[in-house]
Design a protein around this ligand. Structure first.
Ligand code: GRF
Length: 204
């Protein structure tokens, strides 16, 4: 099972996933880390783990479609089965979403469907809710609208600032993302085994 990781920023979730692979609690092969930002710290982190990196910027292409066709070519070249988004700050278009339906996952810092989109932590604080959390979901063409795979609640206290809440959420994310990916890959590979035994595809 080969994965590609897409990230635009610091890459703490990418690092948690690479650590879990190294610790053999997550069984998968990281084909490469892709970033759409040349200075994204995630690129250096990936190199420290000996993982290949690729970077190109949408603005260097004539259209979003051409940008995503290059990305798709990269996924093909490495024979990638799953795309794992971890702070990738762009909406994926049909060029990638369609061929990878139910094989792209994302992590979002709220209990979806509450607070989709940008600054989910700020949105939760602004709304004055008592709890928020983390959601892991399949990616469809919408903004954080795909089917939810896993969620975990994070309580908000009156002392919480945006920084403290972000830290609490990240701690949960770093645990939950590798665990959920492992479960997902195990379930899928059991599905494939069932299909092999019975000749019927029960996986998809
Ligand atoms: C995470 O909070 C994730 O939920 C969101 O973007 C953030 C990425 O953080 N999609 P990092 O780059 O993994 O530290």
């Amino acid at each position: 099972m080969k994965i590609a990781l897409f990230a635009s920023g610091s890459g703490s979730n990418v690092e948690a996933i690479l650590q879990a692979i190294r610790a053999e609690t997550l069984y998968t092969t990281p084909a490469f880390v892709f970033s759409d930002r040349p200075n994204a710290p995630v690129l250096e982190k990936a190199k420290r783990y000996g993982v290949s990196t690729h970077m190109f910027r949408p603005r260097d292409f004539d259209s979003k479609q051409q940008y995503e066709e290059s990305l798709l070519q990269l996924l093909d070249n490495y024979d990638v089965q799953w795309v794992v988004l971890a702070g990738y700050m762009r909406l994926l278009g049909a060029t990638i979403v369609e061929p990878y339906t139910h094989r792209i996952v994302n992590i979002h810092p709220s209990l979806l469907p509450a607070f989709p989109g940008l600054d989910a932590v700020g949105q939760a604080l602004g709304a004055g809710v008592e709890k928020t959390g983390v959601s892991i979901h399949y990616v469809d063409a919408g903004m954080d609208t795909g089917e939810i795979i896993q969620q975990e609640t994070v309580p908000i206290t009156s002392e919480d600032t945006k920084t403290s809440l972000e830290e609490k959420i990240k701690r949960v994310e770093h645990q939950l993302y590798p665990e959920t990916l492992q479960q997902l890959f195990e379930e899928r590979s059991k599905g494939v085994l069932q299909r092999d035994e019975t000749g019927i595809d029960k996986c998809q």
